[in-house]
Design a protein around this ligand. Sequence first.
Ligand SMILES: C[S@@+](CC[C@H](N)C(=O)[O-])C[C@H]1O[C@@H](n2cnc3c(N)ncnc32)[C@H](O)[C@@H]1O
Length: 288
Amino acid sequence: MNYRHAFHAGNYADVFKHTLLVRLLQALQQKEKGFLYLDTHAGRGIYDLAVSPAPAGRSRPPEWPGGIGRLWAAADLPPPLADYVALVRACNEHAGSGRGRLRFYPGSPWFAAHVRRPQDRLALWERQPEEARALQAGFARRRRVTVECGDGYGALRAQLPPPERRALVLIDPPFEEKGEFTAVLGALREGLRRFPGGVYAVWYPVTERTQADAFHAAWRTLAPPPTLWTELAVTADPQVRMKGCGLLVINPPWGFADELQPLLPVLAGKLGLDAGATARCGWLVPET
Ligand SMILES: C[S@@+](CC[C@H](N)C(=O)[O-])C[C@H]1O[C@@H](n2cnc3c(N)ncnc32)[C@H](O)[C@@H]1O
């Protein structure tokens, strides 16, 4: 398993995913009762953009300039994006980056840990031992946070249903191994069997349109609960491998779809590489 999220931290896919993640966390906080945030593929929690993650002697251009780099100094952002950038700024201040400089990029556990309330609980799973150790060092001493070094797909069996009877589950695999879409579907089936009322957010890459369509079609055959899909394409250029990415949101909080509508063109405008950039959303399984 060679995947290291540090190569990608802060890229357009992270901006898209983390902006929506923060909105989902805030939506669940509309109710007083606490909830479980389960992050099945958590990564290390915070990334130092000044440290090249490439092995010695090899260089690789960083991806963050095409993501958070495009928003960091923007003055014209609508509230969800402005909130997200404010959190990235807070992360930089906490981590000691001086004079408003962008040096650190927070991962999904960091966002969840910083917007959560005392009654909310975090369960963070990461399979890569080095990443899990960093996660443990940064987060495990906090109250109501657990870190597990293990298979995040198994986390759905271990953690659901939660005693709180409320949960947001983020499934964010690297999609480097063949069969990851199948593994996601299996994990979701198990999660929904154990806890049908949970909110599940699943990130996926759009490299081939047919693959994303097949994933959507396979999901529909499982007779799932209401499911929203949203995708950002930064280009339609066939030379670019990962042209975009998407998020399935199962049992989305009330009003979430309406909130996305005005945000999506801004994301496409800020993060697009060319005129082929688009962002869309729709119901895979409509609300009844
Ligand atoms: C896309 S990154 C996660 C990024 C993180 N969720 C964020 O938004 O900041 C995927 C992570 O999953 C880890 N991973 C890969 N396979 C896993 C598995 N089966 N269970 C748990 N973690 C896994 C990788 O080591 C990597 O850190």
